[in-house]
Structure formats: C-alpha cells, structure tokens
Design a protein around this ligand. Structure first.
Ligand SMILES: [Zn+2]
Ligand SMILES: [Zn+2]
Length: 200
C-alpha cells in the first residue's frame, strides 16, 4: 500500500486490518474486462482469456509532480499533470525567466479511476464494487466481502443489545468504515447488495 496516495481517505489511511486484506485482488482484466485475479505474488491471471501479466504497468489514474528550483534563475517551480504511466519527466516552463526544461517528476498513484476503486498493484477496477446511494461500496476480494457481510449482518442482529458488546466495535478497521456502511438504515439494502456481488 506504500505507493497508494490519498484520494480517498479510507483507502489512503489503511488500518492494520485493511492492509492485511490488501494481499490479493479480484479485478477486471485489462484485455477482456472479465474477472482476473491478482495473487499474493502480484501476478495477474485472467479467468476468461488467460491473459497473464506481471506488475509494471499502471492502468489507473496518477499525477506527476515537479517541485524544483529553475536551472536558470533558481526561481521555485511547481507543476503537476496527469501521468501517462511511462515517462517520469515533466516538461515545465519557468514563469520567472521563461526557461523550458524537463524535470524528474514524482508520481502519485490514485486509488480511484473514473469513479471506480482500483487495486494498488495495477490500478485496475475492482470486480467487487457497486454504487450505493451516492457512495461506493467495494471489496478487494471475496473474503473481504464476506468480512463486510458478517460485520454488517452482526450489526443488524445485535441492534438493541448492549452496544459495547457489539463485535469488534473498536477494531481499527471498523472505526475506518465509511459512515454509510455502519448506518442502521442502510444495513438491509447493503446486505442485499453484498448478496448480488457474491453472485457476480
Ligand atoms: Zn481477460
Ligand atoms: Zn527560471
């Protein structure tokens, strides 16, 4: 998760439990858009077209940043632009002296791409995600989905019972779950959505 940068606070601030879950991913294949698996060795294998890919290319959103002093006049230069996934230099014009130069850029990879949550290895859209009442519900893989189902289901069952005994109430991950996932009024609909994703 080291290379993932803020975009979405609940993703960029991984609790222990969430980073523990970020070991493998179910995503859309970059070739055929069907279901592909990224294993613990970070290798992608498509279950439909059998495309195999090693980590290297970033399919998601990213930004190249330059923050330097101009090589000619030493005025500070700050510039950013979308990154094309390959070239790490950014053409920049100094506003003070007009000098044009390419500077080494630092790259920030974003978790979200075109409104979809992506995996942190390739930046491919997660297979298990769905818009929910204006928020995005997502899981890295089926075990993660099952964890969320159990948590949300337990909350539903235990409603009205001593709240401090509610399961894992204080765990790092639960405290980082977005509000829409823990809101009582959303639980039944969320469990239905999880059921649909489990069938996907
Ligand atoms: Zn494929
Ligand atoms: Zn300059």
């Amino acid at each position: 998760m080291q290379h993932m940068q803020p975009d979405n606070p609940r993703f960029a601030d991984p609790g222990l439990a969430l980073s523990d879950l970020a070991t493998h991913f179910v995503v859309h294949c970059p070739k055929c858009a069907q279901r592909a698996l990224i294993g613990r060795d970070q290798r992608l294998t498509c279950t439909a077209c059998f495309h195999v890919e090693q980590p290297g290319h970033w399919y998601g959103s990213s930004t190249a940043y330059v923050s330097v002093k101009c090589r000619e006049c030493h005025a500070p230069i700050r510039h950013s632009a979308p990154w094309d996934g390959v070239w790490k230099k950014l053409g920049t014009r100094c506003l003070a002296c007009g000098d044009n130069c390419e500077y080494e850029a630092s790259i920030t990879k974003h978790a979200l791409h075109e409104g979809q949550m992506t995996d942190p290895v390739f930046g491919l859209p997660l297979w298990l995600q769905k818009e929910f009442r204006g928020d995005l519900f997502w899981a890295y893989h089926h075990e993660h989905l099952e964890w969320l189902r159990q948590y949300i289901g337990a909350q539903l069952r235990e409603r009205g019972i001593t709240p401090r005994n509610t399961i894992r109430k204080s765990s790092a991950m639960v405290s980082r779950l977005p509000a829409f996932m823990t809101k009582a009024g959303n639980r039944a609909a969320l469990l239905k959505l999880i059921g649909q994703l489990q069938e996907k």
